[in-house]
Write a protein that binds this ligand. Structure first.
Ligand code: ZN
Length: 118
């Protein structure tokens, strides 16, 4: 089995650090509050990412506003996987994605950055 890659690596200049862990794109606290705790283990709500020495570092720590006050790593809304967009829409939490990752691009045919790579 191929090792899982860090999903957050592409948004950072920093190299990966530590083991690959589950990095939640949706706050676990939010899911609990909304009585959706069963979604915490749903693979649509998290991505594999490096977690540094403790699981709270690496790209996981850099992307989490609770762990990183500076929030060095910003995930843009267009990068949110479609399965998660659909899930959050189905449970009425698209507003949370907008609050956390920004508004969704209106033209989904042209993803910003899609042809930005040389
Ligand atoms: Zn990483």
């Amino acid at each position: 089995m191929a090792p899982e890659r860090c999903w957050l690596r592409r948004f950072s200049e920093e190299p990966c650090e530590g083991r690959i862990i589950r990095a939640h794109l949706v706050d676990r606290q939010l899911l609990k509050r909304e009585r959706l705790a069963h979604l915490i283990d749903d693979p649509r709500t998290w991505v594999p990412a490096c977690g540094g020495m403790t699981g709270l570092g690496g790209h996981h720590g850099a992307a989490d506003p609770m762990l990183s006050a500076r929030r060095e790593l910003v995930v843009p809304r267009w990068a949110i996987p479609e399965e998660l967009e659909l899930l959050m829409s189905a449970v009425g939490l698209s507003w949370w994605l907008a609050a956390r990752y920004g508004e969704r691009p209106t033209d989904t045919h042209v993803r910003p950055g899609a042809d930005a790579d040389p």
